[in-house]
Write a protein that binds this ligand. Structure first.
Ligand code: SF4
Length: 428
């Protein structure tokens, strides 16, 4: 077993610890807010027009009536958390595809902005929604950052991913992205590398289109994250996932993005300027996630909301939050989580970490820090702990495992959702 595999399996165990939620689905609630703090608000919209075989996010096939009622519950749940004293300063709407009902999304963002001093709004979407009317509505709603799930411009890969018919060809997507460019502070493009059947030639062409044609402000290049269920589904549709090309492809991406003048914003995100990231967990110590299947991290605990959409709606409409699960992290696990997230962004300020953990951060985490140093993943530079070039790739593995742990958790509870929507299983 090489260092990468060892690292992956160690981190897999760490993730299982962090994400070991007790088995309960009783209603619970977030603690009262710290009155001196503003929080990032994440809203989850789990509807998609088509379900991609590689995806483990919490998503279901779009249904107009269900989605309309869901947005109403989402707005209600935000108000319930205002009663707990929460003030929000940033808003991130993710999914699924939040733009499935543009008018409902507009109303939801507007309501949050009316009652909170929101400084930035980020929304995820798909290429088929990059229409002039939808883009105008998003601009009118105050969206600063639009994140578009493209995954690849290669038509053969898009067909294998079932995205060609649903979201358009690579050329159509590139054209739509160019039209959307300049309308928002940040236009982010989400891509995937290490897809089954993806070749170096195909990846190089994707990079050419991104850099020479589209000129995106920000590109997030995710490694393929296969869970048990998606692995089986992919084997039947796109081909079996593996890790043979992962490192080589990552190095190709880094070399190309950095030489084109992009800066690393995280281990897999490259930006031309400072801006919000898909991984808001990097620079937010605490965040509130509302909506079915959303996670929150507040007061040293992780909270999960009901994945079954009808259960979520029933809970919120009866005046309870949609939160059903809480995982209390020990002080040491809180430190590990902090280390994981901060270094995903490339560096950690030791003074800030010590201030956050009452001067005990390095004293308690010395075994982890020593191990990371011994494999050449981190270096001390003045007051900062920084990822080395090797560390960046190890962190890609690490975060792949971290999100894989979340995906596994999602799958465990997803059965409830499928039982509610039997058609989903047949179509997957
Ligand atoms: S990849 Fe995006 S569009 Fe495809 S199922 Fe997942 S959330 Fe929906």
């Amino acid at each position: 077993m090489n260092v990468e595999d060892l690292f992956g399996s160690f981190l897999s165990r760490l993730n299982q610890r962090l994400m070991a939620f007790p088995e309960t689905s009783d209603a619970t609630t977030l603690p009262a807010a710290d009155p001196d703090q503003s929080y990032l608000l994440y809203l989850h919209v789990p509807y998609c027009m088509s379900l991609c075989p590689f995806c483990s996010f919490h998503r279901v096939r779009f249904d107009h009536d269900s989605a309309t009622g869901y947005f109403k519950s989402l707005r209600h749940e935000v108000r319930l958390h205002e009663d707990l004293g929460y003030h929000f300063d940033e808003l991130y709407v993710g999914g699924g595809t939040p733009t499935v009902l543009p008018a409902e999304l507009f109303r939801t963002i507007s309501e949050v902005r009316e009652r909170h001093a929101i400084t930035s709004v980020s929304v995820e979407t798909n290429p088929d929604h990059l229409r002039p009317d939808s883009l105008q509505l998003l601009q009118d709603a105050g969206v600063n950052r639009l994140s578009v799930g493209v995954q690849s411009f290669d038509d053969e890969l898009l067909q294998a991913m079932h995205r060609y018919e649903a979201y358009g060809s690579g050329a159509e997507t590139a054209q739509r992205l160019k039209q959307a460019s300049g309308r928002f502070d940040t236009l982010n493009v989400d891509m995937i590398f290490n897809l089954p059947q993806q070749t170096a030639v195909s990846l190089r062409r994707d990079l050419d289109i991104l850099l020479d044609d589209v000129g995106a402000d920000q590109v997030s290049f995710y490694p393929l994250m296969a869970s048990e269920t998606t692995r089986a589904l992919m084997s039947r549709t796109m081909g079996a996932p593996g890790s043979t090309h992962e490192r080589k492809f990552y190095e190709m991406i880094v070399e190309r993005m950095l030489s084109a003048g992009y800066q690393r914003a995280s281990a897999w995100c490259f930006s031309r300027a400072a801006g919000m990231l898909d991984e808001y967990i990097i620079d937010h110590d605490e965040y509130v996630g509302l909506g079915s299947g959303a996670f929150s991290y507040v007061g040293g605990s992780l909270y999960a909301s009901a994945f079954a959409i009808q259960q979520y709606v029933r809970m919120v409409e009866s005046g309870s939050s949609g939160t059903v699960n809480r995982r209390v992290l020990s002080e040491r696990d809180q430190m590990r989580y902090y280390l994981l997230m901060r270094l995903f962004g490339g560096s950690l300020h030791k003074n800030q970490a010590e201030a956050h953990f009452n001067g005990k951060f390095q004293q308690k985490l010395w075994p982890e820090l020593a191990a990371l140093k011994s494999v050449g993943a981190i270096r001390h530079k003045g007051e900062a702990l920084q990822l080395t070039e090797r560390g960046y790739y190890l962190w890609v593995i690490l975060m792949r495992e971290f999100f894989g742990g979340i995906n596994t958790l999602r799958e465990q509870v997803r059965r409830d959702t499928v039982q509610e929507q039997p058609a989903l299983r047949a179509r997957e």
